[in-house]
Each structure stands twice: as structure tokens, then as C-alpha cells.
Ligand binder design. Structure first.
Ligand SMILES: Cc1cc2nc3c(=O)[nH]c(=O)nc-3n(C[C@H](O)[C@H](O)[C@H](O)COP(=O)(O)O)c2cc1C
Length: 178
């Protein structure tokens, strides 16, 4: 099973990146996991590019999604919405369709995060990915739930993250051929 992880924060000390790295340590054997870390290097989305001249990093990004059995997105909220870099990355997949029927887990870890969480659910629905409610989690007040060593310190948050991961892995397993 191959999982791709996307982080909506470019901050070196990002709590969202810490969550994605923590999840990596919980995965069962046999699950390949890659965090795509070039989201900030993707060019601005421009729909006038046709198939032949799409920038190389976009081609790589699309291929990583296409080859993944599932994608975990973990993001903060900025100014009541999705971070521009994440929205830009998702826009690059709108016409090429890599998220079509792809199992996706959505984790929003932010000060509040309600708007970005709701917005990301709508966007992934429009991109026709599969996002079961049990594979989504909003973590508000994230900075009070993680320490300076990037460890999640809130037991309830750890439990909820385990549940989301469990649900997500089961959802992917149900779609994989035996
Ligand atoms: C310019 C700016 C705007 C922000 N706007 C919001 C916001 O609208 N809602 C919210 O929940 N958090 C907001 N935040 C707080 C971030 O979500 C918070 O710092 C979060 O921890 C960042 O994620 P990271 O630790 O993964 O980088 C904002 C932060 C910055 C720097």
C-alpha cells in the first residue's frame, strides 16, 4: 500500500508536518509513505498549459498522486481559508483528475481551522476523491497540543489521529484488489 502525504504549511517547525511525521511512525509494516515536500516549488496554476508543456514539477506531483493508493492532507488555516500553496497544488489536479475516486484523509490542525477544514472537504468532493467522515479530523488550538520537540502531547488528539488513520487504512484496503 502506498500513501502520499501533503502538508499545507511550508514552515520548518510546522505542527502539521510534525503530525504527518508522527503518523509515519504509526504505520503498519508494508505501507510505503512519502511526504511530498515540494509543494512550495510548484508554479502558480495556469490552465492555459496544455498536456505537453506542463512544468516538470507538476508532472511529478501528479504522478505521485496517481501512483498512491491514498493521500493524507494535513493543513493549517490562513486568513479563514486554505493556504495558497496547498490550494495551488490541488488546482493543478483539477483537469487531469488524479484525485478521482482516490481515498483521501483530511486533517486540519490550526488555531481554529473550521473554515479551511470545511473548504478542503468541498474541494476534495469537487475533485471526486473519496473522503469518509471517519477519515477527517479538525484539531483546533494545535499549538497547545504539541511541544517544542514536535511531539503531540494531547492524549485525546493522539487517540483521534489513530482512529482517523485506522479508518483511512481500512478504506484503502477495501478498495485494493485482493
Ligand atoms: C498570516 C496568518 C494567518 C492566520 N490565519 C489563521 C486563520 O484564519 N485561522 C486559523 O485557525 N489560524 C490562522 N493562523 C494560525 C495558523 O493556523 C497556526 O499558526 C498554525 O499552527 C500554522 O500551522 P503550522 O504549525 O503547521 O505551520 C494564521 C497564521 C498566520 C501566520
Amino acid at each position: 500500500m502506498k500513501i502520499l502525504a501533503l502538508c499545507g504549511s511550508l514552515r520548518p517547525e510546522s505542527s502539521n508536518m510534525s503530525i504527518l511525521k508522527t503518523i509515519q511512525t504509526w504505520l503498519p509494516d508494508g505501507v510505503q509513505y512519502e511526504i511530498y515536500d515540494n509543494i512550495g516549488l510548484l508554479p502558480h496554476f495556469d490552465p492555459t498549459f496544455n498536456h505537453e508543456d506542463v512544468p516538470g514539477e507538476v508532472v511529478r506531483f501528479r504522478r505521485l498522486i496517481a501512483n498512491a493508493d491514498g493521500v493524507i492532507i494535513c493543513t493549517p488555516e490562513y486568513v479563514f481559508g486554505l493556504p495558497g500553496s496547498l490550494k495551488n497544488a490541488l488546482d493543478w489536479t483539477a483537469s487531469s483528475g488524479e484525485f478521482n475516486e482516490k481515498p483521501v484523509a483530511i486533517i486540519t490542525a490550526s488555531s481554529s481551522g473550521e473554515n479551511a477544514h470545511a473548504s478542503l472537504k468541498i474541494i476534495m468532493n469537487v475533485l471526486t476523491s473519496h473522503v469518509p467522515d471517519t477519515s477527517t479530523l479538525l484539531i483546533s488550538y494545535i499549538r497547545t497540543k504539541i511541544n517544542s520537540q514536535s511531539q503531540i502531547t494531547d492524549a485525546e488528539t493522539i487517540d483521534k489521529l489513530h482512529s482517523v488513520l485506522q479508518s483511512f487504512l481500512q478504506h484503502i484496503s477495501g478498495k485494493l484488489p485482493n
